[in-house]
Write a protein that binds this ligand. Structure first.
Ligand code: AMP
Ligand code: MG
Length: 350
């Protein structure tokens, strides 16, 4: 059966539709919903069967744990066995918001939800629709990104329909999300807090508040066999259908190199896809050129990254070339996603 799509706006949340969505979740069904980061695929986090349904709908390996979403601060203490002081400080500063914390789990959380681990990932999103839905569902909604496993995360309801329209019960369409990159994940199960996934809240922002915070070794070293601690970070991800390569270096050299690839493809009767910015889009005379946003506004680049990757799946391109986006604040998060999408293929043009 095709999922029912319900449109909603943050400033008018239809109470009847939210109640219906909450009931679907309480009865073990699946509802996709907007958050400030990306769309989530929600199921009741305390119901092992709902978690198994989420893995099946996404085609996600069941050893890759789900994030439990809450919508009231005092719900946290019920699903974790301990809250370190530093986690409390981050919750006060960044919740509701795009921050996920890994904490030791309480018995109440089934192992199906945590991929067999003794820890649980928890987030309190700021999106008003998400908050109302979580409350209507009883307080605990397990929600990974609402895409088929391996595909770019969804930043619009249409992306969810494309991937999961036949596999779930309802999609709440709240329009385009604001951030477009998944939450920052901080692990509190070791002595020192560790960032397992970079996001809108940067390492520097965390260090400013907590002092010592480390980056997971598996994120820093891509070439060797250090395994990332977040099980999900080991999988190839976000990948568009065509092969993606990142070209880094100074602007003129990058444009020159990409234009060379585009011209070579044209000679062979083919076309490349090019991920450019508002500032550079006009400097690529051939190929299918898409601007991801403006370098003057790095948030616009984060917001459009997954959408642009998806759009190329609807274009007939033999390969995709992207500029690199080492922007000042969220560049780490943007490049983390782009490198994964490219299977870490990156060429220096300078
Ligand atoms: P997604 O649900 O698509 O946003 O991905 C959630 C990410 O959080 C995946 O990379 C998971 O592996 C990671 N994650 C969730 N729970 C845990 C946990 N208990 N320990 C470590 N990583 C986790
Ligand atoms: Mg995901």
């Amino acid at each position: 059966m095709r999922a029912e799509v319900v449109e909603m706006w943050a400033d008018y949340i239809d109470p009847e539709a939210i109640e219906r969505a909450g009931r679907i979740l309480k009865e073990g069904g699946l509802v996709a919903f907007p958050t400030e980061t990306v769309y989530g695929l929600g199921g009741n986090a305390l119901d092992p069967r709902a978690s198994m349904k989420i893995y099946a709908a996404k085609g996600r390996p069941s050893d890759n744990p789900l994030i439990v979403h809450i919508a009231e601060m005092d719900k946290l203490a019920e699903i974790v066995s301990r809250i370190p002081d530093e986690a409390r400080i981050l919750a006060e500063r960044f919740w509701p918001g795009p921050l996920t914390m890994i904490l030791p789990k309480a018995d109440k959380v089934p192992k199906e939800t945590t991929g067999g681990l003794d820890s649980v990932a928890v987030r309190f999103p700021s999106d008003k629709i998400a908050q109302e839905l979580i409350k209507a569902a009883g307080g605990y909604v397990a929600a990974p990104s609402a895409n088929t496993s391996g595909r770019p995360s969804p930043t619009k309801a249409e992306h969810v329909e494309e991937d999961l329209g036949d596999a779930i019960d309802m999609i709440i369409d709240g329009g385009q999300v604001g951030i477009g990159l998944e939450s920052t994940i901080v692990d509190f199960t070791d002595e020192i807090p560790v960032v397992l996934r970079p996001g809108y809240i940067s390492l520097e922002m965390l260090q400013e508040i907590l002092g010592e915070v480390r980056m997971d070794k598996g994120l820093l070293i891509t070439e060797c066999n250090v395994r990332p601690k977040a099980p999900g970070m080991k999988y190839r991800h976000y990948a568009p259908a065509a092969d993606l390569t990142i070209i880094e270096g100074n602007e003129a050299a990058v444009i020159g190199r990409i234009n060379q690839f585009a011209a070579d493809a044209e000679k062979r009767g083919m076309q490349v896809g090019i991920i450019a910015t508002d500032e550079t889009a006009e400097k690529y005379p051939s190929g299918i050129v898409k601007s991801i946003g403006s370098r003057e506004d790095e948030d616009s680049i984060g917001r459009h990254l997954f959408e642009v990757l998806r759009e190329f799946d609807h274009c007939n391109v033999c390969a995709i070339y992207s500029e690199a986006f080492y922007t000042p604040r969220i560049g780490q998060a943007i490049m983390n996603r782009l490198l994964k999408a490219a299977g870490h293929k990156i060429i220096s043009a300078s």
